[in-house]
Design a protein around this ligand. Structure first.
Ligand SMILES: NC(=O)c1ccc[n+]([C@@H]2O[C@H](COP(=O)([O-])OP(=O)(O)OC[C@H]3O[C@@H](n4cnc5c(N)ncnc54)[C@H](OP(=O)(O)O)[C@@H]3O)[C@@H](O)[C@H]2O)c1
Length: 263
């Protein structure tokens, strides 16, 4: 049986999407270090198998979450009552940077499909299984990019605004049933995200203290979902940025976001 007690909370079995790299892989490592069995989901099955070999007690589930078959396989695993899952981490997502009109529309559609549509379906499966049990945890990995519009990362930021909004509403709907939903909103974190989203220039543009480690992001998410915190922002710099976003008038926020993108 799994045991992860960041604040007295016990996770018996977790499912993590996007487990083949970055923040998702860190979630798997932190959970396995605490003895929690994990179902690891991603397309690159070789990476997941290597993780299973290294950490043990990992169920490998290869799935492309932008396909109906991939989604159905993961939904089926989440609602399967044998070896029930009491922590789902919807982490898989990608970004696309550049002026909206220059970007490939099919890629943007896949981005919405992964970041928003698949996350919605997997949240639905998770809560449908957890609410009748009066127990369970759902972490939806969002981003501080979702706190304001982001010219140059427009679709990505819009999907993350959706994820945060959805998670806050779901928390309000299910918390009385004993189920916790948390929108985890990391800021800059070095992963494959920068290569995939073509934002590698950010690595030089932002100072070291602005970046969080993948371990810190995963630890913060697990701690905050166990505490029942609805919106979780890892790192002091990110807390200041999101705090300022909340009190800055939207027209000014748009000007600042455009300047940051051009810097
Ligand atoms: N890195 C940052 O600065 C940052 C900041 C804020 C929020 N975030 C968020 O953190 C989360 C994790 O991102 P990351 O930074 O760790 O990026 P990453 O290293 O690129 O990891 C993305 C993960 O998503 C999986 N994935 C991509 N497309 C998929 C698909 N179609 N079906 C299933 N899985 C898919 C990838 O696995 P496969 O390619 O093997 O399928 C990979 O495991 C995302 O939600 C991201 O938006 C990241």
């Amino acid at each position: 049986m799994g045991r992860h007690r960041p604040h007295g909370e016990i996770f018996e079995r977790a499912l993590v999407t996007g487990a083949s790299s970055g923040i998702g892989e860190a979630f798997v490592e932190v959970l396995r270090a605490a003895g929690v069995p994990v179902v690891a989901v991603a397309r690159r099955v070789d990476r997941l198998e290597a993780l299973a070999e290294r950490l043990g007690d990992i169920e490998v589930l290869g799935a492309d979450l932008t396909t109906p078959e991939g989604l159905a396989a993961v939904e089926a695993r989440i609602i399967d009552d044998r070896d029930p899952i009491d922590l789902v981490v919807n982490n898989a997502a990608f970004g696309t940077s550049g002026p909206f009109v220059t970007l490939d529309a099919d890629r943007l559609e896949r981005e919405v499909s992964l970041n928003a549509t698949s996350l919605t379906r997997l949240s639905h499966a998770a809560l449908r299984a957890m609410v009748p049990r009066h127990r369970g945890h759902l972490i939806n990995v969002s981003s501080i990019a979702g706190f304001q519009a982001a010219p140059g990362l427009a679709v990505y930021a819009a999907t993350k605004a959706y994820v945060t909004s959805l998670s806050e509403a779901l928390h309000a709907e299910v918390s009385a049933a004993g189920v916790h939903v948390t929108a985890l909103c990391p800021g800059l974190t070095r992963t494959e995200f920068q290569r995939v989203s073509n934002t590698e220039s950010y690595v030089d543009r932002f100072p070291g203290f602005a970046w969080s480690s993948v371990d810190k992001v995963a630890e913060t998410g697990l701690r905050d979902v166990a505490r029942g915190r609805v919106v979780s922002v890892p790192g002091a710099v990110n807390k200041v940025v999101t705090g300022l976003s909340a009190v800055t008038p939207r027209p000014l926020l748009r000007v600042i976001a455009a300047r940051v993108q051009r810097a």
